[in-house]
Structure formats: structure tokens, C-alpha cells
Ligand binder design. Structure first.
Ligand SMILES: [Zn+2]
Length: 441
């Protein structure tokens, strides 16, 4: 199968940020085999000629959760909110709910240009099967604990192990991969963390958790374990290029350097952090220290939307106002964090994250012919990257390919029945509402 996408502005996000305008990309099966200026590329099975459209590498969402509920518990602190909403959703999951949550959230993400995500669901095997059905590229890590009081709202080490062992029967060609994951820094014993790091090594996969998200969480960690999380994990020998930490809002300079020198990664979640009031991550310090940094939405319940364009815009806005510095976080830096750098953060930089020959054809096409994306300037005032980061949204994405498969067309996933997913999610709400109880602030 040979597909040619032509007449578009191609933001390659290669090392030089090369832009072809107008440009062309040729896909052979699952791989990009040509990229360059627009022209004749010979016979093809499919030719899409889209003048005015903008072609990006598929976006990489490095941290998300997706359950069949959204936008609940506004006005509660992180832990109170977590106890009453995400944890209660998990307690009342019924057969089919994990699949429903996955198709709802990952379907939204994919329709908005995200082609790869690192998800932390409950019941990873069921979630992974839904990602396989949807066609998105996914790293799926469980949400585990070995604390008895949290057992009814989390997975276990064994759930993690079952998922990574099942990788041997993978039928997606590696598109859906199981990782290890524990719920957050305060929810896993030394033994469990070490066992997960060893399993990540043995099964050649990754390990993820929430780290230093709120100041209160760190106080709790010190009380429980006698140290801050990063020194504890360093002592346990579990920080490596396989570890991806979400948030890192309260990391110290020393801790940032520890993570960077071990080759670990951090995923910045500005929208969720602002929504929950948990903190402002020292993102510039991450980048200055050479710490691999990607971007994430966090979950449907805390971020409302899984729109990586919103996350890109928030990354710039938040850093600039906090530091009173409009020069922070220029658009090309942010676009790299959402694409090539995000791919590196997940250990996939050699396969995805840029539009280059030999890489997997994970692509997102934006309809540039929209009022809020005009006028496009060229030459010395070229504004293409700023338009994408500051003016575009996930709703402007019209076509998406994952591994060469055309999984979104005309703005809608081709692999699922969107209307029936929405109907099913709506139908579940009365049940969810009765079980939440009255925890409104
Ligand atoms: Zn999270």
C-alpha cells in the first residue's frame, strides 16, 4: 500500500526543524519512504492533495488516564478529589467500562492528532485490547499499589506482571505495549518498586508513576519512607532510561540532575496541574539539565480534555506568566516536546516523533483553511509553528495515520462507532452519580 500526501506544509520536526512548503510525504505500508518538496512521486494507491493543510508528526501524550467519566469534583484538593472521584470510578467499574473509558479518551486523543500515548488505566489488559481496536499506538501501564487500604481502587503487582507477560501474544506488531506502573510515589513499597524495575528490565519495557505532583504528597512520602521520593528511588537503584515520571512539579535542582544523569524522563502536565492547583513545574530547569521532557494531558477527570494543542499552549502561557518572561518556551521548543522529545521520553525516538524516511508513518493533518489559522505568513515573518502551538486545537485535525493506517478521516475515528460510544457513556452516568455520594464542595 502506497499513500502520497501532497500539497501540504510539512513540519518534519527533524533535528533541523526542516519545513517543506509545499511538501510531500510518501508512505509505504507502515513506513515513511519519502519526504521533501511537493512533486511527482510516481504511482500510488491513494493520493491526498491538500493545499493549505499542515502535516505534523503525530503528537505524543506522555501521561494520561481514561475512565468513563469526565469533569467531576471541581473545587476539591488533589487527595480529597482523588479519593472521591477517580478512586470511586474504579471501585464501580463494571464489565465493559474499561473498554468504554479507553475508547472515549483515546478516541478523543486520536481524533485530535495524538498518535502515541502512555496510559495509566486500571485493568491494563482490557485497556490495551481497546487501544488495539482503536488503532492508536499505546504504552499501557497498570495503576498498582501494595497498600491494603488502596487495594479496591488500584491494580496489583500481579496485574502488571500478567500484562507484560501477555506481550508475548501481541498481535499489533508492538503498537500496543505493556509497561509497569504504580499509582503514585506514596503507594508502593520498596519491594514492589524494585520488583517492577526488575520486570521492566527483564521484559524490555518501561516503568511509570506520578512523582512530586503536590507538596503535600512529598510531605506524606517523607513521613512514610523517611526521604523524598527521588533520593529514595536512587538508593533503590530504580531510576533508569526505562523510568518515566509524570509531573515533577516540586523537583529540586539536585533531583532534576539525578534524573537527567540516569537517563530518566519527566512528563509535564500543565493543564492538570493548574486545574488541581498542585504546582508549577520547573520546565526550563528540566530542559537546561538535559532531562528528557515530554508533555501530557493527565486524565479526563482532572484535565477535562485530552487535547495536546491545549497542553502546548498552556505550557507556554504558564511558564511566561510565572516567570514574567515572554521569551520562555518558544513555539518550536514546545512543538518538539509534543513530538520528537516526547517520543524520546518514552524511549521511542528512533521510531516515531518526526517525519523522516525510515520512521513509522504516524502523522496528523491540520486543516489550515480555518479563520483562526489565517493568515499564514511566509519569509522573515513565517508564523507556522506559532500558528500550530497557539492558534490550532485538536478540533482542527482532520486526518491521522498510525503506522500508515488511516485511523482518522474527516476529523472522526474510522475504527469505532463514535455515536454508540457516546450513547453508552451517557447511559452509565446515573449509576456513577449514585455511587459517588455527595462530595461536592
Ligand atoms: Zn495522572
Amino acid at each position: 500500500m502506497r499513500t502520497v500526501i501532497r500539497g501540504v506544509t510539512v513540519l518534519t520536526m527533524d533535528e533541523e526543524n526542516t519545513v517543506f512548503d509545499p511538501g510531500m510525504v510518501v508512505i509505504e505500508d507502515d513506513t515513511i519512504v519519502a519526504v521533501g518538496p511537493d512533486g511527482d512521486q510516481g504511482p500510488a494507491d491513494v493520493v491526498l492533495n491538500r493545499p493549505g493543510a499542515i502535516l505534523l508528526p503525530g503528537l505524543v501524550n506522555g501521561h494520561m488516564h481514561s475512565r468513563p467519566a469526565r469533569a467531576l469534583g471541581d473545587g476539591l484538593t488533589l487527595r480529597v478529589w482523588h479519593d472521591h472521584y477517580p478512586d470511586n470510578v474504579v471501585r464501580m467499574l463494571e464489565p465493559g467500562d474499561v473498554r468504554l473509558g479507553a475508547l472515549l479518551g483515546c478516541g478523543e486523543a486520536m481524533a485530535g492528532g495524538t498518535t502515541t500515548l502512555l496510559a495509566m488505566p486500571n485493568k491494563p489488559a482490557e485497556f490495551g485490547a481497546a487501544c488495539a481496536e482503536l488503532g492508536i499506538r499505546a504504552c499501557v501501564a497498570a495503576h498498582a499499589t501494595d497498600r491494603p487500604e488502596m487495594a479496591d481502587s488500584c491494580d496489583s503487582l500481579e496485574d502488571n506482571m500478567e500484562a507484560v507477560r501477555s506481550q508475548a501474544e501481541d498481535e499489533t506488531g508492538g503498537r500496543v505495549k505493556f509497561w509497569l506502573g504504580f499509582e503514585h510515589q506514596n503507594a508502593a513499597s520498596d519491594q514492589m518498586v524494585v520488583a517492577m524495575a526488575e520486570a521492566a528490565e527483564a521484559y524490555d519495557t518501561g516503568l511509570t508513576t506520578h512523582l512530586c505532583e503536590s507538596a503535600g504528597d512529598i510531605d506524606k512520602h517523607v513521613e512514610r519512607y523517611g526521604a523524598r521520593p527521588v533520593p529514595r528511588y536512587a538508593d533503590l537503584g530504580v531510576i533508569s532510561p526505562r523510568t518515566v515520571f509524570a509531573h515533577g512539579n516540586w523537583l529540586t535542582q539536585d533531583e532534576i540532575e539525578t534524573l537527567a544523569s540516569a537517563g530518566a524522563s519527566v512528563i509535564h502536565n500543565p493543564v492538570s496541574n493548574m486545574r488541581m492547583g498542585t504546582g508549577v513545574a520547573p520546565v526550563q530547569d528540566f530542559l537546561d539539565a538535559g532531562l528528557k521532557t515530554g508533555l501530557g494531558t493527565d486524565g479526563l477527570l482532572s484535565a477535562y480534555r485530552l487535547d495536546m494543542f491545549e497542553v502546548m499552549r498552556a505550557t507556554a502561557m504558564l511558564q511566561r506568566i510565572v516567570h514574567l518572561d515572554p521569551l520562555r518556551m518558544p513555539a518550536p521548543t514546545i512543538l518538539r516536546m509534543a513530538t520528537a522529545d516526547g517520543a524520546k521520553a518514552l524511549g521511542m525516538g528512533d521510531k516515531i516523533g518526526s517525519i523522516e524516511c525510515g520512521k513509522l508513518a504516524d502523522l496528523a493533518l491540520i486543516d489550515g483553511r480555518r479563520l483562526h489559522l489565517a493568515p499564514r505568513l511566509r519569509g522573515v515573518h513565517d508564523n507556522i509553528e506559532a500558528l500550530v502551538v497557539f492558534a490550532a486545537s485538536g478540533d482542527d485535525v482532520v486526518d491521522v495515520w498510525v503506522g500508515g493506517a488511516h485511523v482518522v478521516a474527516d476529523g472522526s475515528p474510522t475504527t469505532i462507532d463514535v455515536a454508540s460510544i457516546i450513547d453508552e457513556a451517557e447511559g452509565r452516568q446515573p449509576h456513577l452519580s449514585t455511587l459517588f455520594g455527595d462530595h461536592r464542595p
